[in-house]
Design a protein around this ligand. Structure first.
Ligand code: ATP
Ligand code: MG
Ligand code: MG
Ligand code: MG
Length: 439
């Protein structure tokens, strides 16, 4: 991508309304733009990050056996009357009336709708287990939308819903999602710890929030330090092996970890002092097992092996990709901008031509640009006629983890400069060697 032809509305001034670094940088880098309170447009650079996050989330959901579908954002109020949540949900729900005076709502979550989809076609225990998910916009009329897309009113959620014949099956489904989540966050370059959590309006009695530690987090959390060094389940783990899944659950719940709502001060105080982590955290995912809370009132039943009808046991599993985009910046940045992990970088390589119009610089830059794009690398090529300082600043703000700097001096010796954004390390390499290194 040539920067001269891209849409990258970088802000010169630091926006005053932004209180935390991720919000500031997302606005400055032209990743997002607020359209009204808590409602954001994702500009091209931001959208690239969001899509890369979703791709990893999707891969790990699929690996765990979940199946993707897409439910609408608008839902009928009648569905929510069936579960009893229409009145309970309160002011966070955006309620709308259509031209026929029918009550509809912009979905804050989808337990009711997925239960309706399930009950319409599944009749037998032989069709279980089933886990269905989508990645769809949600709306919650948050009292205090803030921190940009970290707490917005419209936000993206991956929500999965599992259906099992009994509690044992449902626990296996829950364990699979824990495993998938650990892998997802690890691939995003984050350390997320599952912590015992409250179930809120979703309900149920078993629940974990996935928390990443960050000083700007809105949750107060307590956990054992050793979680920070735990190993993540490998790609080869067998999701269909209940014992293997149970082992992941056991390991990741073996030590103390709780959000403030579930905090047990005495149990925490019993840990050795150096093992106690008491910190702020960002909730990036939340999983629930709630048995028959929705299936019983909504009559989502199957015929069991004994021929009797039973309400299915359900769980739901959320991840916030739009919040994650901000959380990733909270965890990876410096004064100059975000430092994206390769897996989610909007562009993996930033190519800077320091002397546009110079035949040698133009030629070498074009050669690198073409070769890397042909190799499938996302490259942002700064081909604008701008001062070097402005180009360096723009590329740091974009956050490309690898930068290639093409300038007349080095090029006279056949070299270009490679810079690693995270460490600041620089190295001179030949043009072809640079292509080989990054391709
Ligand atoms: P919070 O405690 O931050 O209000 P929640 O517990 O209400 O979140 P859940 O119902 O558990 O949220 O939703 C699942 C996931 O959706 C959350 O873990 C989070 O990643 C994301 N999410 C929830 N609310 C928002 C929001 N207002 N803006 C961005 N992401 C959100
Ligand atoms: Mg909430
Ligand atoms: Mg919460
Ligand atoms: Mg939650």
């Amino acid at each position: 991508m040539r920067l001269s032809r891209y849409f990258l509305p970088i802000l010169k001034e630091t926006p005053k309304e932004a209180e935390i670094v991720s919000h500031r940088l997302m606005l400055r880098a032209g990743m997002i733009r607020q359209e009204s309170a808590g409602i954001y447009a994702w500009l091209p650079l931001g959208l690239r990050v969001l899509q890369k996050i979703c791709a990893i989330v999707r891969e790990e959901q699929n690996r765990a056996g979940a199946i993707e579908l897409l439910m609408p954002t608008l839902q009928s109020a009648d569905l929510w009357r069936e579960s009893g949540r229409y009145d309970d949900y309160g002011k966070e729900m955006l309620r709308i009336r259509d031209r026929h005076e029918r009550d509809i709502l912009y979905g804050p979550t989808n337990e009711e709708m997925i239960t309706e989809i399930f009950r319409a076609s599944v009749r037998s225990y032989k069709d279980l287990p089933l886990n269905l998910y989508h990645i769809q916009w949600k709306f919650r009329d948050e009292v205090r939308p803030r921190f940009g897309v970290m707490r917005s009113r419209e936000f993206l959620m991956k929500d999965a819903y599992s259906f099992d014949l009994d509690q044992a099956g449902a626990r296996h489904s829950y364990n699979k999602m824990i495993t998938a989540y650990l892998r997802t966050f690890k691939r995003l370059g984050l350390t997320a710890i599952p912590m015992m959590a409250d179930t809120g309006p979703i309900g149920g009695d078993l629940s974990h929030e996935f928390i990443i530690l960050a000083s700007t987090g809105e949750s107060e959390v307590f956990c054992h330090k050793d979680y920070l060094g735990f190993e993540t389940p490998p790609e080869t783990i067998d999701f269909d092996d209940p014992a293997a899944m149970q082992a992941v659950f056991d390991k990741w719940t073996s030590l103390y970890a709780a959000t403030s709502e579930k905090h047990d001060a005495a149990a925490f105080a019993a840990l050795p002092e150096e093992a106690r982590v008491s910190a702020r955290g960002i909730e990036v995912g939340h999983i629930f097992y709630f048995g028959t809370k929705y299936s019983a009132p909504m009559k989502a039943v199957v015929n069991g092996p004994d021929g009797k009808e039973t309400a299915v046991h359900m769980g739901s599993y959320g991840i916030g990709p739009s919040r994650l985009a901000a959380a990733l910046i909270e965890a990876n940045h410096d004064e100059a901008g975000p430092i994206w992990p390769d897996a989610v970088a909007p562009f993996r390589v930033g190519l800077i031509n320091l002397k546009v119009g110079d035949a040698a610089c133009d030629g070498a830059s074009a050669r690198i640009h073409r070769a890397l794009e042909a190799a499938g690398v996302d490259v942002l090529y700064d081909d604008r006629d701008e001062r070097p300082g402005a180009k360096f600043a723009a590329m740091d703000l974009v956050g490309a983890p690898h930068q290639v700097i093409v300038g007349p001096k080095s090029l006279a010796e056949g070299k270009v400069e490679l810079k690693i954004r995270r460490s600041g390390e620089r190295e001179l390499l030949g043009v072809e060697a640079a292509i080989d290194r990054l391709g």
